[in-house]
Design a protein around this ligand. Structure first.
Ligand code: 26Q
Length: 809
């Protein structure tokens, strides 16, 4: 077979400019003179996209020829970030594009401002999915990401009187130039209905409602490779015959389109992560929709080159990103047994080998469960299959622990006592060949607590794969200045795909001229941030002040409240002229709270109140400024992270599975103040205890404090400064203080003194600017481990058992 190569293959600024004008003319029907901003942006995007299509076609052809083992990544969320900056870099056309745009009198930054980031996720889990896809493509791993094409992504955040207000994210309002529609590959998805007997265990499910899944894909280019993988996103459409003609004829137009509206609601909106699991039927529908479309597509692709089910587990790995897509285990069993007529045992053996499950939490309240009654109604056949899986599994447990009913209750996929519920994490572990946590500590605690019974039953199934982040996105694109300096020092850009090479920067930490340049870059990055902060909040920040950053979802366990308490303490110290341990600082907050998570929203409101208090005080504000940048997202992260000097990672030990902003910040030379939680532990091990500000209780001490009976009030009584702080806070929000004094679920007061004292150490360290810069450089130099390339290599070696398939450039 021959493939026509792209007509857009020239790489000079002239070629680029010509293609841009051609796209304006033929795709937008206009010319440079009369083009609107959107016309120009869309033409630019297509010009860049076209430069990746050629690689994509060659990748797809090579994959077809080699028929390799594929990684299918199933995730309800992806936080891809802007595509324009990424695709310019990955296609190697950054320079020619900039020069072409300049030649045409166009501003690249104005055009970049029109590029909309697809916010199809909540936070860490969704961004991790994007970093892993990036790393797979960058290491020639054949992979497809499956997800939902939500019409509305994560809400946009603004503040009104200090409180969060949410606006819908209509991210495709002007169209999305990065996606390809593939309506020929659409799938049908059933819901409700009933089950009819066939023969033996085999049954036939007759759905009561059918919805179409329509795929589109976006390109996932590798950096430094010719691989271009795809992410395939599904959108719900009404089946064509669902338009109700009789009603339309009767003049009931609204009723006639009801079913269309109901069907299309399935992919309407991303659910914001709630503090606790909420059993919304539509959310379960979304999960089943994703899983069914993905599995059918995987089988379709398998059949292009294979015909024997015995080969399926050799060619297919399905990685489950948390429990959200875990219904896939029951759906694959249904397809194999009911539709393909395989024996149960053979189907189960295939299924178990194909799936692997990543867990992203330790919080028991965050473990997903669904009422049996709901699953029965929505997916009657799946519920039967889950009961059968559970029945056979419990037989295995009973054989291993004879007479131990408590063990059966502990491990059962069905939670009894009160309303019966399906425990999705249990189904995931039982139906997978591998289970992993996302940092060393997290994986250890998972096996010792949350999933202990399973780890005892199947120790070989449990793994750790420490998270990582894309150095392309979070160093090269976010921080071009620092990247330039690193490349200059290391003699090239090889570090971008081999991040361990950052260790070669270590000697530079002792080179004062290099330190000077490092500091200068941090300062320029803080100036960029200051410009944005002024425009977004009206607050002017000093680009020379220590930039102290906490960016992550608002959650009580992450303890943004602890950060605010320290700000109030500093406020009082400065007012009293106790400026010994005070250096000028800018406190930067970014993060959204789930709309229904009141406790998190209260803390957010308090943060904004304290920011006003501090910023408007003429005595305090020269030393201390606080900005809460609204609408934190990937683009905002790319702006904040390069400017950061200090990274706040202050969750209660044992609560944060991994964290990933900790890695992004350390890689960009921020020093961490943190607890021994999640991946902080590994960051400290690598950068060295001397280069990390550690404070607070560890997991053993947390357990001991609770064991003794935690009394938060005692800390208030004992610590005069804390008393002053809480009395001030009570003035603004009495309920927050009441909760701290009587409950304090996340031991904020227990860690308060250690935190504040540690912040004083930070201030002293900052005064030694040469020493600080040295430590900053060492943080970058020693954080190469936290590349998502390493994460993917770990998955390949321990869980996926796949090797790269190089695509010829
Ligand atoms: C649950 C119910 C209803 C609707 C939504 C959800 C939901 C959605 C998203 C629940 C959880 C999430 C996301 C969780 C998440 O981002 N976890 C983070 O994953 C990161 C990557 O592994 C870790 O670094 C973080 O520690 C972990 O909190």
């Amino acid at each position: 077979m021959t493939y026509v190569t792209s007509p857009h293959s020239g790489d000079t600024p002239g070629d680029f400019g010509r293609d841009l004008l051609s796209n304006l003319y033929y795709q937008r029907g206009t010319t440079l003179e009369s083009a609107s901003a959107q016309d120009t942006y869309h033409s630019l995007a297509l010009t860049v996209r076209n430069r990746l299509v050629d690689r994509y076609i060659r990748t797809a052809a090579a994959h077809y020829r080699a028929n390799p083992r594929f990684i299918y990544y199933l995730s309800a969320e992806y936080m891809l970030g802007k595509q324009l900056d990424q695709n310019l870099l990955y296609s190697g056309t950054e320079d020619s594009a900039h020069r072409a745009l300049e030649g045409l009198g166009l501003s690249s930054s104005d055009l970049d401002a029109l590029d909309v980031e697809p916010g199809l996720g909540n936070g860490g889990l969704g961004r991790l999915a994007a970093c892993l896809l990036d790393a797979m493509a960058s290491q020639d791993i054949p992979a497809v990401g499956y997800g939902i094409r939500y019409d509305f992504g994560i809400f946009k955040q603004a503040f009104q009187d200090g409180g969060q207000v949410e606006r819908p994210d209509d991210w495709t309002f002007y169209g999305n130039p990065w996606e390809f529609h593939a309506s020929d590959d659409q799938q049908t998805v059933g819901f409700y209905g009933h089950v009819e007997p066939l023969d033996g265990v085999r049954k036939s499910w007759v759905p009561g409602e059918v919805v179409l899944g329509e795929p589109s894909h976006m390109l996932v280019p590798g950096y430094g490779t010719s691989t271009v993988n795809i992410i395939r996103l599904w959108r719900a459409r009404a089946a064509r015959e669902s338009f109700d003609l009789s009603r339309f004829g009767a003049g009931q137009y609204g009723e006639a389109v009801e079913e269309i509206v109901r069907s299309e609601n399935i992919s309407k909106v991303l659910y914001p992560d709630d503090s606790t699991e909420l059993g919304r039927e539509l959310r379960l529908k979304q999960q089943h929709f994703l899983v069914t479309c993905a599995l059918r597509d995987i089988v379709r692709r398998f059949r292009l080159r294979n015909s024997d089910w015995d080969d399926f587990a050799g060619k297919v790995v399905i990685q489950l990103n948390d429990t959200h897509p875990v219904m896939a285990i029951a759906e694959l069993m249904r397809m194999l047994v009911d539709e393909e007529g395989l024996e149960w045992d053979r189907a189960w053996s295939i299924t178990r080998r194909v799936f692997a499950y990543t867990c992203h939490t330790l919080l028991p309240e965050a473990l997903e469960t669904w009422p049996v009654a709901l699953v029965q109604r929505l997916l009657p056949r799946h519920m039967e299959i889950i009961f059968l899986i559970n029945h056979l599994f419990l037989q295995e447990v009973a054989a291993r622990y004879p007479g131990d009913d408590a063990k059966l209750r502990e491990l059962s996929i069905i939670q009894e006592g009160g309303e019966q519920r399906v425990r999705m994490a249990h189904l995931a572990v039982v139906g997978s060949s591998a289970v992993n946590g996302v940092a060393e500590l997290h994986s250890r605690l998972l096996a010792a607590t949350t999933l202990r019974g399973f780890a005892e039953l199947w120790p070989g199934r449990f793994h750790n794969v420490t998270n990582g982040v894309s150095p392309r996105r979070f160093v090269r694109l976010a921080n071009p200045r620092l990247s330039g300096l690193i490349s200059e020092r290391l003699g090239g850009q090889a570090w971008l795909t081999d991040l361990d090479r950052l260790v070669e920067l270590e000697p530079a930490a002792d080179d004062s001229a290099f330190r000077e340049r490092w500091r200068e870059i941090k300062r320029l990055n803080r100036e960029d941030l200051a410009r944005h902060a002024l425009a977004a909040t009206g607050v002017a920040i000093d680009p020379d002040a220590l930039c102290d950053v906490m960016i992550k979802r608002f959650h009580e366990y992450k303890r943004q409240l602890l950060r605010v308490l320290h700000v109030v303490a500093q406020y009082h110290r400065i007012r009293r002229d106790q400026v010994v341990d005070v250096v000028p600082r800018t406190i930067v907050f970014g993060g959204k709270a789930a709309p229904g998570y009141y406790a998190a929203k209260r803390i957010m409101r308090l943060a904004n109140t304290v920011a006003d208090l501090v910023n408007e005080d003429p005595v305090v504000s020269p030393y201390l400024k606080m900005v809460f940048l609204p609408d934190y997202n990937v683009s905002r992260a790319q702006l904040i992270i390069p400017a950061a000097d200090l990274s706040e990672q202050i969750s209660l030990a044992g609560k944060e599975a991994s964290g990933t902003s900790n890695m992004k910040l350390a890689l960009n030379g921020a020093l961490t103040i943190g607890t021994l939680d999640g991946a902080n532990v590994e960051i400290r091990d690598r950068v060295g205890a001397d280069n990390f500000f550690l404070f607070g209780l560890d997991t053993t001490e947390v357990a001991a404090v609770r064991e003794r009976g935690y009394d938060p009030r005692a800390y208030y009584d004992r610590d005069a400064e804390l008393r002053e702080v809480l009395d001030t806070v009570a003035h603004y929000d009495k309920d927050i203080v009441d909760d701290l004094l009587h409950r304090d679920e996340y031991l904020t007061l227990a860690d308060y003194r250690a935190y504040v004292d540690c912040q004083d150490q930070v201030a002293r360290a900052w005064r030694d600017r040469e020493g600080w810069t040295r430590t900053s450089i060492l943080n970058t130099a020693r954080s190469g481990f936290f590349s998502s390339d390493r994460t993917v290599r770990d998955y390949c070696r321990d869980i996926w058992h796949v090797t790269p398939l190089r695509i010829d450039g």
